[in-house]
Write a protein that binds this ligand. Sequence first.
Ligand code: ZN
Length: 236
Amino acid sequence: MTLQEIIDNSKNIVFFGGAGVSTESGIPDFRSVDGLYNQQYDYPPEEILSNTFFYNNTKEFYRFYKAKMLCDAKPNMAHIKLAELEKAGKLSAIVTQNIDGLHQLAGSKCVYEIHGTTQKNYCTRCKKFFSSDYIKNSDEVPMCDECGSIIKPDVVLYEEALDNDTVNGAVDAISKADCLIVAGTSLTVYPAAGFIRYFRGKYFVIINKSETGADSSADLVIRRPVGEVLSEIIVS
Ligand code: ZN
């Protein structure tokens, strides 16, 4: 069966996406290119993006965060096509490991961002909301304009737990789906592999440039860029 046939035969698709969904928008997978950053930063990304580092080295955290995590990227064909599928009533939810907010920018409504989002930021004391532009335009460490405390992005940092409601929503959507499309992730890192175990539907599709840990259990495996593959889908 082709991906088009599977989509035509499905009514309740859930899309589970990883870093590979956003690379076509020019957002690098920071986990796979940390060699690049070692030249500019004294710490590896996974150390900078930890809760301890945020509070102990807030200035250095934001130097990295603003340069590498806040970029002016635009949705690519993967984001656009998924928003179309939701609008057409074919897709019920997107579960994403990305924090760039590009699915919402493309028009998707039901998006479970299991690692949070750079688009939401809150004062650590009074919880006031700030946009990513406010963070971008602040000098060094962004401070709350109400109470003067540090602002923290609503991104799940290393050492932090995933948000329970988001996880439950994602698991619920996956368990009710008739088709699960996993894309742009090798499924080797937590929690991706755990989430897909809840799928009980008919069609399990993997779109990823390299081999994944679940290829053998998939009904269809496509080894091409996600945006390229989804751009060919006709939404009816
Ligand atoms: Zn405040």
